[in-house]
Design a protein around this ligand. Structure first.
Ligand code: NAD
Length: 419
């Protein structure tokens, strides 16, 4: 008996080690390192290289990788050189948004499977080109909308799809952050070790400002799409996950910078409406007036004939039945540290998809559609009028001025990806 146990332990010890994919990270900032730590923890990655245009981000990241895994990644400031020399099998793209398309497309062309952050693109046609590149090169591309992998979002979605909230006619998604006017921050020389020209890349070259990098680009429209592109895409993605419809047919957004006095230029107040065939969805955000007046500051309310369902983040989901005699139902969130996310679950799905050669949970097409909703909201906001969306052709109906905004000129020598 004892011998039998010993024999089977030996068998376990001799089992094939999990395959280790040559893994590289492009953009070794806050979120990129959250993903890479998860990848190392999953035990199927050998970190061969890191790329960042800022040594102040790159060097600590490389030191941390070595400490955590023993891997000694080569360091690059140009992702093209990294792809060329290292030929990684998996690439994580966690740069600011304006770089996602070029980096992801180059990575799949070089033969890598990619985990790319949300929003997948800065303009809509970049997203279409990304989907095409993933398909043409037959690579798995997972988008970092980890809320599709969160246990409470999954059970909440099951609840909604099973009809327990009744027929839903309206969805309201929102994020309200505390804050206020803020203060302008001065332009300055870029810090030593940062290649600012390369950071700006295909986007306009602005003067360096600490408010933009690291992390602050979200609220600068040259590099991102404000709160709608940053937070909005997560919740718009939940709406598209729930509905059988693939896209809205009309989009209108309004808002402005009524409060902010800092150096950012994204709207501090915004409302967007998305008209679907069978329901209306809205997005709202404000970056001030954080208070206790509202039950929650984040998530999406689904309003149905049987009650109101709140899909939240830290607070899980809650269903408030229309019939007051029925109990409120609730499920807590199950989130990972740091930063209360479910990257681990999404990474597991990514590895499984690579193994089985099947589309992942947040396939690039899904990420493209959710990103498109956010970008259409921003497009309407910039135009100051509503747009009618032909989601099959991915064109705005009878509106050449609006269609022009589906792409944007790139700063040379960078070239807009071919759609
Ligand atoms: N899924 C989520 O919940 C989630 C959460 C946070 C951030 N994000 C996304 O992750 C991305 C990164 O955000 P962040 O907060 O980590 O920003 P960050 O500023 O901390 O990191 C971005 C890094 O990319 C580097 N970079 C810029 N251009 C580069 C290039 N050409 N090549 C290589 N590196 C380059 C920057 O120097 C910086 O270090 C964004 O797209 C953001 O939307 C997703």
């Amino acid at each position: 008996m004892a011998a039998g146990v010993a024999a089977s332990s030996v068998h376990i010890l001799r089992a094939q080690p999990a395959q280790k994919y040559k893994t590289a990270l492009i953009g070794s900032g806050w979120w990129g390192m959250n993903i890479l730590r998860t990848a190392m923890e999953a035990g199927q990655s050998k970190v061969v290289a890191l790329c960042d245009v800022d040594d102040n981000q790159l060097n600590p990241a490389a030191a941390e990788v070595e400490k955590l895994s023993g891997d000694k990644p080569n360091k690059y400031k140009d992702y093209r050189e990294l792809l060329d020399k290292e030929k990684p099998e998996i690439v994580i793209v966690a740069t600011p948004d304006h770089w996602h398309a070029l980096a992801m497309i180059a990575a799949v062309k070089s033969g890598a499977h990619v985990y790319v952050e949300k929003p997948i693109s800065h303009t809509l046609n970049e997203g279409r080109a990304m989907v095409k590149a993933a398909r043409a090169n037959n690579r798995i591309v997972q988008v970092g909308t980890h809320r599709r992998a969160s246990p409470h979002n999954r059970s909440g979605m099951e609840f909604l799809k099973s009809g327990k909230a009744g027929k839903i006619g309206m969805v309201r998604a929102f994020v309200h952050y505390p804050g206020g006017p803020g203060r302008p921050s001065p332009e300055s020389d870029p810090p030593q070790g940062l290649d600012w020209d390369m950071w700006c890349g295909p986007a306009p070259l602005r003067h360096y400002n600490r408010a933009i990098h690291p992390k602050g680009f979200r609220l600068f429209l040259d590099y991102a799409n404000g709160q709608l592109g940053d937070w909005g895409i997560h919740w718009l993605d939940q709406i598209l996950w729930w509905t059988d419809e693939k896209y809205p047919r009309n989009v209108y957004s309004t808002g402005g910078r009524f409060i902010k006095k800092d150096s950012t230029d994204a709207p501090d107040t915004q409302v967007a409406t998305f008209e679907f065939e069978s329901f209306t969805a809205t997005w709202e955000h404000r970056l001030y007036a954080g208070n206790e007046a509202e039950k929650t500051n984040i998530g999406a309310y689904f309003y149905g004939t049987e009650g109101t369902f709140h899909m939240g983040w830290l607070d899980g989901w809650t269903f408030y039945p229309a019939d007051k005699n029925k109990p409120v139902q609730h499920e807590d969130a199950k989130l990972n540290n740091p930063d209360q996310q479910n990257i681990r679950e999404l990474w597991t799905d990514f590895l499984q998809s690579i193994k089985d050669n099947k589309p992942p949970m947040c396939d690039i097409e899904i990420g493209h559609r959710s990103t498109s909703m956010a970008l259409l909201g921003m497009l309407s906001y910039k135009l100051g009028r509503s747009v009618q969306w032909d989601g099959e052709k991915e064109l705005i109906v009878n509106d050449p001025a609006a269609n022009k905004l589906l792409s944007r000129p790139y700063r040379g020598p960078w070239q807009y990806p071919q759609v």
